[in-house]
Design a protein around this ligand. Structure first.
Ligand SMILES: CC(C)(COP(=O)(O)OP(=O)(O)OC[C@H]1O[C@@H](n2cnc3c(N)ncnc32)[C@H](O)[C@@H]1OP(=O)(O)O)[C@@H](O)C(=O)NCCC(=O)NCCS
Length: 254
């Protein structure tokens, strides 16, 4: 079983050996269990208007099966089936494309060179060759877990980044925040948030900012519990019955 409640948890700065695990962890946060990708599919396919499409599909099937072959009613039934199925497939393709496009864009952007983008350099205080440290307000951290019995089977169960290149000189953006589904609700997300905020305070930033979405209410609730202030949701785009919106949140530090 994946879940290891007695695991020993360590927070540290990212190093390049973590890349494959961080990539998978980030991808799970976008399209895995409890992710905005999964929630969007669920909301799309359980929306009341989508139930009307299911009824059109059922009606079409009934008409095409119960009417005489090649009659007008038969063709009307087939048309309804094609239209209803077409809509359901269109929703799938659009929602998948939206999240997959975002995931691939992130992997091609900062995640393609984490030490370079987040200015992580070899640490003078860490003796291992791979030890890195952030030299600017930017940074990338991971949480590593291993069982007390087997220290060699370490795995990355959480990650977060602070990006100083997006805002003005007094603020930075929290990004790439994800915890492995089986390790959620144990305080790992809170630990990552506190690490980022402590780093931002060390660099005397006046605020930390995040752009999250209307499909990440778990995260929005968590930020709010840590004192972050949300602005009203801004609609970005619509796919079928769903409206995708951004929620901007700030944590003032002074
Ligand atoms: C958002 C996310 C990173 C939070 O990580 P997490 O490790 O579950 O965070 P925490 O455990 O600190 O807090 C989550 C909840 O568990 C609760 N919790 C914390 N420690 C706990 C413990 N020991 N036992 C039980 N519950 C606990 C917290 O109170 C919090 O409750 P809330 O939802 O009512 O605020 C995680 O859900 C995730 O990866 N989601 C998918 C990706 C995503 O949406 N990322 C955010 C991008 S903006």
């Amino acid at each position: 079983m994946d879940k290891q409640p007695q695991d020993i948890i360590t927070m540290r700065v990212y190093h390049p050996n973590d890349f494959e695990q961080v990539k998978d962890l980030f991808s799970l946060g976008i399209v895995g269990p409890g992710s905005p990708g999964r929630l969007s599919f669920r909301l799309s396919y359980t929306h009341q208007y989508t139930f009307a499409v299911y009824m059109v599909l059922a009606l079409g099937l009934w008409l095409s099966v119960s009417s005489m072959l090649w009659s007008i009613t038969h063709y009307v039934g087939l048309l309804l089936v094609v239209l209803a199925l077409g809509y359901l497939v269109w929703i799938f393709v659009k929602v998948r494309g939206f999240f997959e496009g975002y995931r691939l864009a992130c992997l091609a952007e900062d995640l393609s060179d984490i030490p370079g983008y987040y200015k992580l350099v070899p640490s003078p205080t860490v003796t291992t060759a791979m030890g890195l440290t952030p030299i600017t307000p930017s940074g990338f951290w991971v949480v590593e877990a291993h069982s007390p019995q087997s220290e060699s089977t370490r795995k990355i169960v959480g990650c977060v980044a602070l990006d100083y290149s997006l805002g003005d000189s007094t603020s930075a953006d929290l990004r790439r925040f994800s915890v492995l589904p089986s390790y959620r609700c144990k305080g790992i997300g809170s630990l990552l948030l506190r690490t980022v905020v402590a780093h931002a305070r060390c660099h005397r930033l006046s605020k930390v900012h995040i752009t999250t979405t209307s499909f990440q209410m778990n995260a929005v609730r968590l930020y709010a519990r840590h004192g972050w202030i949300a602005q009203p949701m801004k609609p970005v785009t619509s796919i079928g019955v769903l409206t995708f919106g951004h929620v901007e949140m700030d944590l003032p530090l002074r």
